[in-house]
Ligand binder design. Structure first.
Ligand code: SAM
Length: 218
């Protein structure tokens, strides 16, 4: 594994300043997590020099690690508290789960592609991110025994909001999910209170497909 160094620390500081703070992300804990997690560990050796660029990158299996800004935007929208339990659908490289793990009590992350599940698990262990629980499964169905979650983040584009996910959201819980067509989506934020579910749209986005029982068919 390529080690972290002053060079990468500087690249992270610049990423946070120019790509994230400059575009309106203000949550100090989110900014700090983005300054801390070594994003270059989550990409292949060939892409290390591009790890802090303002774009998504391929991670194999035709999947991507999201652009740093979208990671920050979705994380801020979850309004996380230190004792929250958060569910992520779409572990991918593991980068988003790693950011979440710096902010909350426990992260539960699900990936449907075995090689990505395995690689990200090894990385969490080597970085000693012990508050990440990972699972190889279809995240559009329930994770029995662990619900309800204080926050849910879906990092793949869904045709509609999966009922199984909404049903796992605690009262007071927040969820962000890209919803739309396979080529473009809207980032939707849900909030559950005693009266029910409230929805708002954060903006446009583009994610790979959420594939599963309550997502797209393969
Ligand atoms: N959060 C990731 C990261 O930080 O690298 C990026 C996720 S990538 C854009 C989307 C991921 O969602 C892919 O790894 C894909 O295999 C996964 N995925 C798609 N449908 C899924 C499902 N039903 N359950 C779990 N994972 C799914």
């Amino acid at each position: 594994m390529i080690s972290d160094s002053k060079k990468f620390e500087r690249l992270r500081d610049e990423m946070v300043k120019w790509q994230i703070e400059n575009r309106g992300i203000t949550n100090a804990r989110v900014l700090n997590a983005m300054r801390t997690v070594p994003r270059h560990y989550f990409v292949s050796d060939a892409l290390v020099d591009q790890a802090y660029g303002d774009f998504p990158l391929p991670i194999g299996e035709m999947q991507t690690i999201s652009q740093p800004f979208i990671v920050a935007e979705m994380t801020q929208a979850l309004e996380l508290k230190k004792d929250d339990r958060v569910l992520e659908i779409g572990t991918g490289s593991g980068y988003q789960a790693a950011i979440l793990s710096r902010l909350v009590f426990r992260v539960y992350t699900i990936e449907r592609i075995f090689s990505l599940y395995k690689k990200s698990r090894q990385l969490f262990d080597s970085l000693k991110y012990h508050n990440i629980v990972s699972r190889y499964s279809d995240g559009t169905i329930r994770w029995p025994g662990e619900e309800p979650f204080n926050a849910i983040i879906v990092t793949a584009g869904a045709p509609r909001i999966p009922e199984a996910l909404v049903s796992q959201l605690a009262v007071g819980g927040r969820m962000v999910i890209p919803v739309g067509s396979p080529i473009s989506q809207e980032l939707v934020r849900l909030y559950r209170d005693e009266d029910g579910i409230h929805q708002s749209v954060l903006g446009g986005c583009r994610f790979v497909k959420l594939i599963g029982e309550q997502g797209w068919k393969e």
